[in-house]
Design a protein around this ligand. Sequence first.
Ligand SMILES: Cc1cc2nc3c(=O)[nH]c(=O)nc-3n(C[C@H](O)[C@H](O)[C@H](O)COP(=O)(O)O)c2cc1C
Length: 216
Amino acid sequence: MNTITTTALLEQLSWRYATKQFDAARKIPGEIWAAIERALVLTPSSFGLQPWKFVVVSDPAVKKSLVASSWNQSQPADCSHHVVFAARRSLDEVEIDRFLDSIVAARGGARADLAGYRGMMAGFAAKAAKEGWAKEWAIRQVYIALGNFMTSCAVLGVDACPMEGILPDQYDRILGLEGTDFTTVVACAAGYRAADDKYAKLPKVRYAAADVIQHV
Ligand SMILES: Cc1cc2nc3c(=O)[nH]c(=O)nc-3n(C[C@H](O)[C@H](O)[C@H](O)COP(=O)(O)O)c2cc1C
């Protein structure tokens, strides 16, 4: 085990902030970005089904074109990597079987041993489809990835700005997600803060622990 100290964790979580102005000249080094992408892949999800796609936008022209679809916020253009978090629109047995195949590939064993697990997930998917909340469920999983991404960035000294101030339909069109299994939910710009971003120096605004944490 190679844990970081409690002090280091809390320092990094206090250091991070929703970056408004990125230094457009600074790019995230390849080795650091590779670790952040791996952190995305390692995100846990309900059943392990990973109902998501992470579109990493680093092409300057595409990043710039996303500004107009981001309430004219400048972060997509000026950041180093703009990550678009997309959710699977629906869940079916084809996808469940693909996931079960990946379990066998990773852990070995017989596919037949997973019959019970398959039945449980198929029942879940059928209920989600019938009641119309499969996409909502996938969106909840996507937000776990967003949190994991932001914390990973912070721990590695990379700035980020989570962004719900975007137009998902326009993102889907620009990124070619229309008509695919995935649709845009939220984005997160990553890079390095501009020296003059005044938001970096503002005190954190958080309710007291006693207000939000209940011990029983
Ligand atoms: C899901 C989500 C969406 C957000 N969308 C935006 C956004 O579109 N633009 C922006 O500047 N900040 C956005 N924020 C940043 C929040 O306003 C910010 O995280 C919050 O005020 C706490 O401040 P801090 O992150 O600087 O500690 C978003 C945050 C989250 C978690």
